[in-house]
Design a protein around this ligand. Structure first.
Ligand code: URA
Length: 207
């Protein structure tokens, strides 16, 4: 059944408008909303647009994005079948860390994006996405690689791809975590099919 209180992605984007809710509006080129399948089984949440994303208006199209695309294949996923958004929709100058006020101003839209996509699995890339989604101050090193259940979502925190570009020791860990993601998606898909079969609802026809 469709929840009448859930906005569509188009409505969330329209609500952002030509945003001036924080100072990043002064330095950004574009608002980087999100991209991908609006009904994706797997949604990725990154930190904030970098230089390429700020110019191209799409998340993860720079070096970290190219590496992410490679890792996706380890999980048996393609870029077309996932949805990707960031904690911040505008690039922080020189890719500095997001500030608390920026996170506060921007994340109501991320929350609505998550509700609109309603994925089986939410993958948080790096510290900022993980701590926001899991509402915790625990470091990413202690959270990654394990499935966390929060509300209706299975959340899998993984290091940010840029972290493994700078620290090659993280590469095997990243690869294992994406393989874990592949197994998790298969399991959640099977559970969703079983639930749909029990309720007599043909899959893909839930609304
Ligand atoms: N890093 C992120 O966290 N998001 C992007 O979109 C690009 C790089």
């Amino acid at each position: 059944m469709t929840d009448q209180n859930v906005s569509t992605l188009e409505q969330v984007r329209a609500a952002i408008g030509a945003c001036r809710r924080c100072e990043l509006c002064e330095t950004r080129t574009t608002i980087v909303f999100g991209v991908g399948d609006p009904h994706a089984e797997v949604m990725f949440v990154g930190e904030a647009p970098g230089r390429q994303e700020d110019l191209g208006a799409e998340p993860f199209i720079g070096a970290a994005g190219k590496y992410l695309n490679q890792l996706l294949s380890r999980a048996g996923l393609t870029r077309e079948e996932i949805y990707i958004a960031n904690v911040l929709k505008c690039r922080p100058p020189n890719n500095r860390d997001p500030l608390p006020a920026e996170i506060e101003a921007c994340t109501p839209f991320l929350r609505e994006q998550v509700r609109a996509v309603d994925p089986l699995v939410l993958v948080t890339l790096g510290r900022f996405a993980t701590q926001f989604i899991l509402k915790t101050d625990v470091g990413i090193g202690n959270l990654r690689g394990r499935v966390h259940l929060t509300g209706r979502f299975s959340v899998l925190p993984i290091y940010h791809p840029a972290a493994a570009i700078y620290d090659r020791a993280k590469v095997p860990v990243m690869e294992r975590d994406f393989e874990l993601l592949g197994a998790l998606v298969v399991r959640r898909r099977e559970e969703a099919s079983a639930r749909a079969a029990r309720s007599g609802t043909p899959l893909g026809n839930e609304e």
